[in-house]
Design a protein around this ligand. Structure first.
Ligand SMILES: [Zn+2]
Ligand SMILES: [Zn+2]
Length: 152
């Protein structure tokens, strides 16, 4: 399906074609560090369909233990990860980041990789107490640094 997306500040926008059935969770330790989260959810763009519509991402070349290099792109203003791509010839493969895709409610992961570095609580995330919004008790954990309502 046709998708589009943007970083948090909106300076970087893109469009692509993607198949929801190809959505993947990656639990590798590189994704944990690069996202600041426990895992990354990635949507592969169909070959040759990724198009940057606005903005100029900053890129970082990551070298894996295997020696494989991938170029990771993120917004220089807000830090949102946008994509990773290969170093070789065109058309390059583009891996898009779930949280930046506007149509993400249509995408659900169908595979997990690198579960050897998956955190045990991720496997059982439904058992962690949940709140529809943000209870006042969050302030006893974070004080003034408590998370705020999303801006959009
Ligand atoms: Zn941004
Ligand atoms: Zn990973």
């Amino acid at each position: 399906m046709k998708i589009d997306g943007r970083c948090h500040c909106g300076s970087i926008t893109f469009e692509a074609e993607a198949d929801p059935a190809k959505t993947v969770i990656c639990n590798c330790t590189d994704c944990q560090a690069l996202t600041g989260g426990a895992f990354r959810v990635t949507i592969p763009a169909e070959s040759g369909t990724f198009r940057l519509l606005s903005g100029e991402p900053t890129t970082y070349v990551k070298t894996a233990d295997s020696g494989t290099q991938r170029r990771h792109a993120f917004c220089p203003a807000c830090g949102s990860p946008i994509y990773a791509t290969g170093m070789g010839e065109d058309p390059k493969p583009y891996s898009l980041r779930f949280g930046t895709v506007r149509q993400r409610e249509h995408f659900a992961p169908t595979m997990q990789i690198w579960t050897r570095s998956q955190h045990p609580w991720v496997r059982d995330i439904g058992s962690i107490a949940g709140h529809d919004g943000q209870p006042d008790s969050i302030h006893t954990r974070f004080g003034d640094a408590a998370p705020r309502s999303p801006s959009r």
